[in-house]
Design a protein around this ligand. Structure first.
Ligand code: ZN
Length: 674
């Protein structure tokens, strides 16, 4: 592990932030946060003790410590609440301190209003005298501590440079034990927290950081030699299903029985494959987590499924269903057992896994949104790596089930997840064709505002990417008139999010010409985009929704032309009329699959690059005055792309509606459906 400290960089921070100690604290915190081998996603914490003058002119010692759940990689002063050190250090003399007493003490010591709560490991920082303290969950250190003889091994590797602290849940007991170790060994550079992580300290930010790098490097050096192959390989089927086919099956099983849908995030590489392909995966794969810090996000155990054999999807789906049922039963049993034994009286969390291991393939992180799934996948990968290292030098051993429960169901850990109200379409994946502009773009924004994950398909990759960036989604180039393109794009969406729940078939364009003299080519070209493309989009949606087995939603952008033809708009109206019936045919044939199929009949849209309907209407109304155009509907009100987008969202949520057309045109009796 390389020491990245640069005095030049540190001075840049010192110019930007005050006081200088805090500036240097931020600098090395970000160095630690930038290395995934040290901390991941809000893990780890750092602090600095600073002497300041209070309002009365008295000098007081202040502890600036990372706020709970804040990310070291991007830490700012506002992420480090200030606490008076004296009242916290005074707690060191106590023998016992309950959680609620600790929370009260932390609240009472705060010197600044607002901002995040201080880290749950604040007392550890307060009880140690050093000015700068760094704490990480370094992979290499955990590979040593997570062993049956972790203590002896660490004593050998770190010698007199670090003292060893037995496992305690973060809080008063851990802080007290750490302080005792420090007081008994004043010359040490750091503390090894068994089955948890490592702490280093120093009188300067550079010293504390340098010691972290040094001690972690000692652990890395110890792990480096040894056999390359750690796990004996299992026999796998010769041909496996592709990942894009596996993901919807897994995701479908997770959401079966009307459970809230989750998003998946896939990871694979040589290390992950060696792990999931191992013959004894059932043992080491379910041996627990490397650090309690990850428990609240990915639970102690992953779901392990059999290898997905090519051509046997039904067998695989059934096996996943059985494995999941077993997983849920075991989680429920674990909760009941420990809740009773510890007299905790807690409410169980949902019993679903957050990590799925697939032999022959890799790992999936699962979460209620793409971000959460990504965090789960990152933490899972780190755990696989630590377990691999631990098994190379011995046997991986995690904390006990009792200890895991005490962390997973600790209110201060659960608080890290926050309790933001969940949005109505959280966990749903929406595909929008023609998503880069007009109604497509407005719909991408509207579905994202409801919490859905968005895939934007458009002819141009750059345009799709722009909208995708706005909604934190996936942008893909796709010519919907080429069935191969459509199938590939839908597979990419599955590979990225794990499946598809809602498809808005929106791409279209208006052609015109007098029907009696029209060239055949124009009509056929229009049918390709305005009818056949809708069919190929819907077919691919059905393919994926059926694999998941939880139904889905098809939405079509129909046009007023499908109901009320305009003069010279035959090339546009004819395929749109066919598409309206296509919508009904899907409702009829796939209601049994739980797939709903609906359309919006939009007209006289007045915003942005408003696609076919607008172009058509404009051309038709060429000779009419702008004023007449604007008031050309019964309500005399402007209809926007956003209005149409809201209609699509409403249809997506209307769980008992299929085969319906929703009209959004401000009122046009000639185009009313009857
Ligand atoms: Zn920790």
């Amino acid at each position: 592990m390389k020491n990245l400290y640069s005095e030049k960089e540190a001075r840049v921070f010192a110019r930007r932030y005050r006081p200088a100690d805090l500036a240097r604290r931020l600098y090395t915190s970000r160095l630690l946060g930038g290395d995934p081998r040290l901390v991941l996603h809000g893990g780890g914490n750092t602090s600095v003790k600073i002497l300041i003058e209070d309002g009365a002119g008295e000098k007081i010692q202040v502890l600036r410590i990372k706020g709970s759940g804040r990310d070291l990689a991007a830490i700012e002063p506002a992420d480090m609440p200030a606490l008076g050190l004296a009242p916290l250090a005074g707690l060191r003399a106590r023998k016992r301190l309950s959680d609620s007493q600790m929370i009260d003490a932390l609240a009472a010591a705060r010197l600044t209003a607002g901002g995040p709560a201080p880290s749950v490991e604040t007392l550890l920082h307060a009880f140690l005298p050093a000015k700068f303290i760094d704490h990480t969950h370094a992979n290499a250190v955990l590979a040593l501590t997570d062993q049956p003889d972790g203590r002896a091994l660490c004593a050998r590797v770190f010698g007199s440079r670090a003292a060893i602290v037995p496992y305690f849940r973060p809080g008063f007991d851990l802080a007290r034990s750490a302080a005792r170790q420090f007081e008994a060994n004043p010359g040490i550079e750091g503390l090894i927290l068994l089955r948890h992580g490592i702490v280093t300290f120093g009188e300067t930010a550079q010293q504390a950081y340098g010691r972290m790098i040094d001690l972690v490097s000692l652990a890395e050096k110890y792990l480096a030699p040894g056999p390359k192959r750690v796990f004996a390989a299992a026999r796998l089927p010769a041909r496996l299903l592709p990942q894009a086919r596996v993901a919807p099956i897994l995701r479908g099983c997770l959401a079966a029985g009307e459970r809230a849908p989750m998003v998946l995030d896939f990871r694979t590489d040589r290390m992950i494959r060696a792990f999931v392909d191992g013959r004894d995966l059932a043992r080491y794969g379910r041996a627990g987590l490397a650090t309690p810090d990850h428990l609240i996000r990915i639970k102690a155990k992953p779901l392990i499924v059999p290898p997905p054999e090519q051509g046997r999807e039904d067998k695989f789906r059934a096996a996943v269903g059985r494995a999941l049922k077993r997983y849920v039963a075991q989680y429920d049993a674990y909760f009941t057992r420990q809740d009773k034994r510890q007299g905790a009286g807690k409410i169980p969390l949902d019993p679903l896994p957050r990590v799925i291991l697939v032999p022959g393939m890799g790992l999936f992180g699962a979460g209620r949104g793409a971000r959460e799934a990504g965090v789960a996948a990152d933490l899972a990968r780190a755990n696989l790596e630590i377990i691999t290292h631990a098994e190379r030098i011995g046997k991986f051993r995690s904390i006990s089930e009792k200890q895991a429960f005490a962390v997973e169901y600790w209110s201060l850990e659960q608080a890290k997840l926050g309790d933001r109200p969940e949005l109505p379409l959280a966990g749903r994946v929406v595909v929008i064709t023609g998503g880069a502009s007009g109604i497509g773009r407005a719909s991408a924004l509207a579905f994202a505002a409801e919490g859905a994950e968005i895939a934007v398909l458009d002819l141009e990759a750059a345009a799709a990417d722009r909208v995708a960036a706005d909604v934190g989604g996936l942008g893909l180039a796709c010519d919907v008139t080429r069935p191969g393109d459509v199938a590939a794009a839908f597979d990419r969406v599955c590979a990225h999010f794990g499946g598809i729940d809602i498809v808005l078939s929106n791409a279209g364009r208006a052609w015109q010409g007098e029907i009696g003299t029209l060239s055949d080519g124009v009509l056929r070209e229009s049918f390709e985009l305005n009818f056949f493309a809708h069919q190929s989009v819907a077919q691919n949606a059905v393919r994926i929704m059926r694999a998941a087995g939880n139904g889905g939603v098809l939405l079509f952008n129909a046009s007023k032309q499908a109901v009320n033809p305009g003069a010279d708009f035959g090339p546009y109206g004819l395929p749109k009329a066919a598409t309206l019936f296509l919508m009904r045919q899907y409702a009829l044939d796939h209601g049994k699959d739980g797939i709903r199929s609906n359309a919006v009949n939009a007209d006289r849209i007045r915003s942005g690059l408003l696609t076919e309907a607008m172009i058509a209407e404009r051309s038709r109304a060429r000779d009419l005055s702008e004023a007449r155009y604007m008031s050309g509907n019964l309500l005399g009100r402007e209809v926007t792309a956003e209005d149409v987008a809201q209609a699509f969202v409403a249809l997506a949520k209307a769980e008992k509606t299929t085969g319906a057309v929703l009209t959004v045109d401000g009122g046009n009796i000639a185009a009313a459906l009857r």
